[in-house]
Structure formats: C-alpha cells, structure tokens
Design a protein. Sequence first.
Length: 271
Amino acid sequence: MRFQEYTRRGLIPITGIMVAAYYLIVLLPLSRRTHSLDAPLQNAWQELSSSLDQSNVIAIDFLHITNQLAETKRAITLLDSAKQKAASRLELSPAVRTKMNSSFQLVDYQDERSREAEQILRQAKAASVTIEPAVLAGFPEHTADTKQPAVLWAALSLVDSLLTTALQCKVAVIHSLEMPLALTNEPPTNASALLTEIPLQVELTGSATSLLKLLQNLPLRADEMRAAGLTNAQPDKAPLFIDRLVLKKQSPDKPDEVHLSLRAVGFVLRE
C-alpha cells in the first residue's frame, strides 16, 4: 500500500510537468497562430465599419448594407436604361452611319457637300429666306490636317439638320455658319470616350416667334417635331442641343425682329 501511495504521489508532479509542457509546446503556439489568423479578418471588419461610417465595430448593420446594395443595383439599371435612351436619341440616320463606317472618299464627300449646299439654296429661295455667302463657306470642309475624315459625314448631316430646321421655322436671314471643330485631333482610343462633340455656330435674324420655334425644335427628332406641329420635318433630322445663345433686338423700328447668335452642339457615337 505504501508503495502504491509513493507511486501515485510521484505521478502527480510528472503529470503536471507533462500538462505544462503540452501547453507550452502545443496549446500556446496554437493560440498565437489562431490570433494571427484573426488579424486579417479584424482588419477587414474595421475597414468595412469605417467605409459604412459606423462607430460600433462589433455590431455592423448588415441589413443596411443589403439595402444599399439593392439601391446600387437599381441605380445601375436606371443608368443603363438612360444610356440606351441617350444612344437612341443621338443615333444618326442609317445612310450617314454607312458612310462613316465605309472608307472615306474625298470626291464623294465633296460631291455630297455641293449637293447639300445647292439644296439648301433651293429650299431658302422657296421659303423666301436669305442665305448669305458666309453660310455656304462654313460647311464642313476636308483639309490636309484632317485626321477624322469620317466625322465629316456626321458634321454635314448636322449642318443640314440645323439649316433645314431654320428654314422650316421661317427665319428671315441666315447670316453665317461656323464649325469650330478640331478634326485634326486623333480619334479617341478610350472606349468610354467614343463620343465626338460637333459644335455649330450660326447667326440668324427673324421674328421672335420663328426663332423661338427654332430653339424648341432643334433638340427634337423628326417624329417629335411632327408631333409638335412641324409636319414637314425631314425624316433623318438629327438632334442638336443648345450650348449658348444671345438674343438681341435689331432696331426700335422693328420690335419683333430679333438677331440670334447660337452655338448648338451635336454628338456622334463612334462604333
């Protein structure tokens, strides 16, 4: 009995030593390893809390995150819908897009430019509208520095839309036309920047009623113009957006005659 008692008392310190050794060799490194693995999660949790402007790091409002995610998805859907509507509104006629996507031929463009100018003169004569020489000189022209010749087709179409709409609105005089457009720039390489802006500067004189009708109809497409009462709108009319304008009365003797200096802008979506 005494031998067994001595044996039992001898095993107790040995067992304690073994437990301590197991703690030091196994459990303590394992605990440190566990804490080190928690560090990335804790950092991510802290960043998430900061991004949500929540001071309580422990209790993050995941319901709020879910609602924000749903709102973001709805906003993306609305943005995609708006982009599609904008692309549809800015789309040029199939004939113009075909010319832009084909190899540019200077002879064909010069012929079309001359035909457009002659047609505008005929329409102006029929509508009793004066076209001054500076207008025809302002038609888009190809030069040796032109690096985006395909855009000339779109620019010519926008000029035709502007002048034809002015004639349909019965302005009195179209004084000048300019296109401050740098077609000498290289085409954009960024897919998100494939939108070419084409500004047109025009000077006109007419009654306040005719010029107001012009400003109202410039942003409209053909079907919208017909719905607004301008039944002779050209089918391939391209929308133009007003950038800036200056209206001045001509003289005290002609209170209804107004001079309009207008900068209108058209856009071309490049394919």
